[in-house]
Design a protein around this ligand. Structure first.
Ligand code: UD1
Ligand code: MG
Length: 425
């Protein structure tokens, strides 16, 4: 069986047209012999980015706050495992790339169409490496958690089942190219293991200014809470997937949000004396540290110019992981503020997603091969909005600008929480 999704899809038709006819029908075996190995990882860029993202979190958890010795030990062991995961992922991506190319799972870089780089086969779905390494680390880590109680294991493993199911469905999507409407609901199936196993509270704390109107301080939502959890999973996965299409953007937004989640968890653990509350944020750390480490390894290959594409395998995996940590850590409101660019992108996308306005297969900017610059189109995405607002720019500059916007959104969330503390909840 030879998977031909990328080669034959409408998305790559123009790029594929530049290929000789025989290349379109290349067999699995000849792909191996003709395709050169992928470019080496951009280690310098990733090292600088990692330091920028990790230092504030490391400072908070190691020096600023007094964290219980057992908890700190578990976090450090998890960090060590994550570091190992970074190197394993970095080593495995070139290996997996040769396998996916061999099965014709590749794409053409649309934002380079018309240049020699635009006709290079870029291996797809390398998120599968991240997903597998992440799951192995998360499963192994259970052995080293010294703060465990009997309850957390059930939810932790249900969360892993949801992440695993989502990764599988993402990979299925990459291979089969599932239609859009079906794609949108896939995460609701993947969220089922967590929703069914969830035995935590289903209450929400009513914001203080609303208590006089509602007449309650705490409201038990029952099954509606579970519905909300499911919708959160659907939103997080799809919103990452549709804020995409630039080299480094899918993974870049994930590493920025993941770093913000870690800082938020550290602050909550540091400020609280309630062991259950601390535990909830610690679980979030145990899943986000490996997510960040393995994603950074993927980013080293996916950064501009991308030598691999992440695929829907990665976007769904990353979105689901962040959704489950938000759910189990009980900070879904904060998570949604970290997702400000994704919320904006979703709102801009609504007319096209709902079918009210025609939605092409790719809603990407227009690339000019002469200047190497991107121009915004009328498709409703933040990528196009930025190009229309700030003028034409290169793919790399646009990606950096969007990641800075993501980081500003996360900082805004911290400022907002600081201002609202005590008044809102
Ligand atoms: C979503 C978006 C689509 C966007 C695509 C890009 C919606 C409704 N869908 O679709 O508009 O074009 O993501 O990922 O908003 N690609 C690049 N450069 C990159 C990353 C991807 O050219 O940096 C291209 C490659 O041809 C790659 C393909 O996008 O093969 C992957 O697209 P896929 O993830 O399958 O698209 P969707 O998630 O369906
Ligand atoms: Mg995608």
């Amino acid at each position: 069986m030879t998977v031909r999704k990328r080669a034959s899809s409408e998305t790559t038709a123009a790029a594929a047209a530049q290929q000789p006819k025989s290349q379109e029908t290349t067999t699995a075996t000849s792909a191996t012999t003709t395709d050169p190995p992928i470019a080496p990882p951009k280690s310098g860029t990733i090292l600088k980015l990692s330091l920028l993202l990790i230092i504030p979190y490391a400072y908070l958890i190691l020096f600023h706050y007094r964290v219980d010795a057992d908890l700190k030990r578990s976090i450090l062991i998890n960090a060590g495992l994550s570091l190992a995961g970074f190197f394993v992922t970095r080593t495995m991506i070139p290996v997996a790339s040769s396998y996916v190319i061999r099965r014709s799972l590749f794409g053409y870089d649309i934002n380079k169409k018309g240049t020699p780089q635009g006709s290079v086969k870029v291996p797809e779905s390398l998120g599968i490496v991240v997903g597998i390494v992440f799951l192995v680390l998360a499963i192994l880590f259970q052995y080293f958690n010294f703060t465990s109680d009997s309850n957390w294991l059930v939810e932790y493993n249900a969360a892993l089942a949801s992440i695993c199911f989502m990764t599988l469905l993402g990979f299925v999507d990459d291979v089969l190219d599932i239609p859009w409407r079906v794609k949108l609901i896939l995460p609701s199936f993947a969220a089922l293991p967590l929703l069914m196993a969830y035995a935590g509270h289903t209450t929400i704390i009513i914001p203080k200014p609303l208590i006089p109107y509602v007449g309650l301080e705490v409201l038990d939502l029952g099954w509606i809470y579970k519905l909300y959890m499911g919708l959160l999973a659907v939103f997080c996965t799809n919103s990452i997937n549709i804020h995409a299409g630039l080299n480094g953007l899918e993974v870049g937004q994930t590493v920025v949000i993941a770093s913000a989640i870690l800082i938020h968890n550290a602050m909550q653990i540091g400020a609280s004396t309630d062991p259950e509350y601390k535990q909830a944020h610690a679980f979030s750390i145990y899943l986000v540290q490996p997510l960040l480490a393995t994603s950074l390894a993927l980013l080293s290959y996916n950064w501009y110019p991308s030598s691999v594409f992440v695929g829907d395998t990665y976007t769904y995996f990353a979105g689901m992981t962040m959704a489950v940590v938000g759910i189990l850590g009980h900070f879904s409101e904060t998570l949604l503020i970290f997702f400000i660019p994704q919320v904006l992108n979703f709102l801009l996308s609504l007319p096209q997603l709902s079918g009210y306005v025609k939605c092409p297969r790719h809603r990407l900017p227009r690339f000019d091969p002469q200047t190497g610059l991107l121009t915004g189109t009328n498709d409703g995405t933040v990528v196009n909005l930025f190009l229309r607002q700030f003028g034409r720019m290169s793919e790399k500059s646009l990606c950096i600008l969007l990641l800075v916007f993501q980081a500003i959104g996360c900082c805004f969330c911290f400022v907002l929480r600081w201002f609202l503390a005590g008044w809102y909840k």
